[in-house]
Design a protein around this ligand. Structure first.
Ligand SMILES: *Cc1c(COP(=O)(O)O)cnc(C)c1O
Length: 401
């Protein structure tokens, strides 16, 4: 396998994002295939015993077992790292495998984590239920409040964990402030960047240490696979992430990694087109709903901050109507937009977080996070936005709005 981009990445690193998206991390076999090859193999064979011994001793490069390395997965990891501007990346089986790995690989009993209270439901579950079970204390705060981060720090605080924009409230966290504060206290920042992806926001440019992904969302972008990824420095990957990942096995299958790898080729295009479509749709219905939560609209309280740290505002927004009944009535009247709790897809999808993605949380946690009973979250796809606007127009009218 030849890495056509130069093994030291000196060539790849200087490419602009659109070029990296289609070419970074392309390794070619002796056949010279143009599209990256799919290596569905669990193991590898060796010419002689000394070769495999050297690989296991870490003295020679080469694959030994697909829980440790796989060529297709490695290509996708290199492409994600290059797009992120990270030293390295390792892929996992899902976004939640990525989040769990990113946290557990560096934490131990007695440590403390500060996390944003507005988060993807399962991310909150990790913070509220899993970490405390292993003796790791957690504090959840309003991520929009810069001072709240500082107030929550304890001598044993090891990690800040948050997403921005957050699911589904669209809270925006100040990356520059939070990452600088973490650095000053020797705390590692773990940023869940699923809503934006590297096409729209690169947290490491603002000082983030670790960027974690659900690649299921915009990265695949076509609703085909579950996958996750964690990006970090070379040292952190080698010394902190890999010992955990290699021995616990949250790995991404080569097939799923291959689909994400090919999805990345159109990530820039999709992320920007879907962002533009999303803004148009949100602006068109803003006057019809009680509250519109779109970081790209001037009505969003943190619009200026979002504009400073994002290249575009992403495909997702939320809005609030007066209660669950009205929200469900809107969903039931949709003809084009699907009722679905996925996001990042090229198809427009809408869901009611309080009865789906965030149903597992307590009423108090939902209220504290701002997940209202009348909140709907929508992912705007690649359809003609006028068709989506017409569908929403009809659905809102059918629900009496
Ligand atoms: C979907 C999502 C996850 C979980 O990813 P899966 O691939 O579904 O496991 C984590 N964080 C955010 C922000 C998400 O949107």
């Amino acid at each position: 396998m030849k890495n056509t981009t130069g093994t030291d990445r000196s060539v790849t690193r200087n490419w602009r994002p659109a070029t990296k998206a289609v070419r970074a991390g392309t390794w070619r076999s002796e056949h010279g295939e143009t599209s990256e090859a799919l290596f569905l193999t669990s193991g590898y064979s060796y010419d002689d015993a000394a070769t495999v011994a050297a690989r296991f001793a870490g003295e020679a490069e080469g694959m030994t077992y697909s829980r440790l390395q796989n060529p297709t997965v490695a290509m996708a990891e290199e492409r994600i790292a290059m797009l992120e501007g990270a030293d390295g990346c390792r892929m996992q089986a899902s976004g939640m495998a990525a989040m769990t790995t990113a946290l557990l690989c560096q934490l131990e009993a007695g440590d403390h984590v500060v996390a944003a209270r507005a988060a993807f439901g399962s991310c909150r579950w990790l913070v509220d239920n899993l970490l405390p079970k292993f003796g790791i204390a957690t504090t959840v705060i309003d991520a929009r409040d810069n001072d709240a981060w500082e107030r929550a720090i304890r001598p044993e605080t090891r990690v800040f964990f948050f997403e921005t924009p957050a699911n589904p409230t669209m809270d925006v966290a100040d990356l520059t402030h939070i990452c600088a504060l973490a650095k000053a206290h020797g705390i590692t920042t773990v940023v869940d960047n699923a809503f934006a992806t590297s096409a729209l926001q690169r947290p490491m440019e603002f000082g983030a240490d670790v960027v974690a992904y659900s690649a299921t969302k915009l990265m695949d972008g076509q609703g085909r696979v579950l996958a996750g990824a964690v990006c970090g420095s070379e040292e952190w990957i080698a010394e902190t992430l890999l010992p955990f990942q290699r021995n616990t096995g949250p790995n991404c299958s080569p097939f799923n990694a291959w689909l994400v790898l090919k999805g990345l080729e159109t990530l820039e295009l999709r992320a920007h087109r879907q962002s533009a479509n999303s803004l148009r749709v949100a602006a068109a219905i803003e006057g019809r709903v009680d509250r519109m939560l779109h970081p790209g609209l001037p009505s969003h309280p943190q619009h200026d901050l979002a504009a400073r740290q994002m290249g575009a505002f992403g495909p997702i927004f939320s809005f609030v109507v007066d209660g669950r009944e009205r929200a469900h009535a809107i969903l039931d009247a949709l003809q084009l937009v699907d009722i679905s709790n996925n996001i990042g897809d090229s198809k427009s999808l809408m869901c009611h977080p309080a009865s789906t993605t965030h149903a597992g949380l307590s009423d108090e946690a939902r209220a504290e996070m701002g997940v209202a009973e009348g909140m709907l979250r929508i992912n705007i796809g690649l359809e003609d936005p006028e068709d989506v606007i017409e569908d929403l127009d009809r659905a809102l009218a059918a629900a009496g709005l």
